[in-house]
Ligand binder design. Structure first.
Ligand SMILES: [Zn+2]
Length: 163
């Protein structure tokens, strides 16, 4: 396990479609653990493998009230519905926050680290975070979906409220 450097925009690895994982071996388990350590270190709610320079379809997200870690290997979106605009940020874009429209509901299928295929339904911010990370695996970045960028004043206010 290790904290990796987060690849910042612009970078080629962030805009390419990632490859499917064919075998879940020790390297993939180590990748999941590295993603976790890196996400925690940089205080993200999700992170995708290309963000640590690994172009594979692997990502993790914190979901639910208990902020459980959802590990997604080869995730696919089965269904979405609704639409909602909310604020997003991304570890690959320090200091960029803005409004993005996303579905309010998502159903996905993915593999866990044991190689078991699971289906998962999520709503609200969890759905948003899951879709943001799956976008990364297709080389799609949130800046391409920004409806409005938060001003420095709004950012200061947002950080001010947190403290
Ligand atoms: Zn991101």
């Amino acid at each position: 396990m290790a904290i990796k450097e987060v690849v910042k925009h612009p970078a080629k690895v962030l805009t390419e479609k990632c490859e499917e994982v064919t075998v879940i071996n020790e390297e993939i388990i180590a990748l999941l653990d590295d993603l976790y350590d890196t996400m925690v270190e940089y205080d993200g709610v999700g992170i995708a493998a290309p963000q640590i320079n690994v172009p594979l379809r692997v990502a993790i997200v914190e979901i639910g009230e208990d902020r459980d870690i959802l590990e997604m290997i080869n995730p696919t979106v089965l269904e979405t519905s609704g639409a909602e605009v909310d604020i997003e940020g991304c570890l690959s874009f320090p200091n960029l926050f803005g409004e993005v429209e996303r579905p309010t509901y998502v159903k996905i299928e993915a593999c866990d680290r044991e190689g078991r295929v699971y289906e998962l339904e999520a709503g609200g911010f969890d759905a948003r975070a899951i879709l943001h990370e799956i976008d990364h695996l297709d080389g799609v970045l949130f800046n391409s979906k920004l409806i409005r960028v938060l001003t420095e004043e709004e950012l200061a206010e947002m950080y001010g409220e947190e403290e």
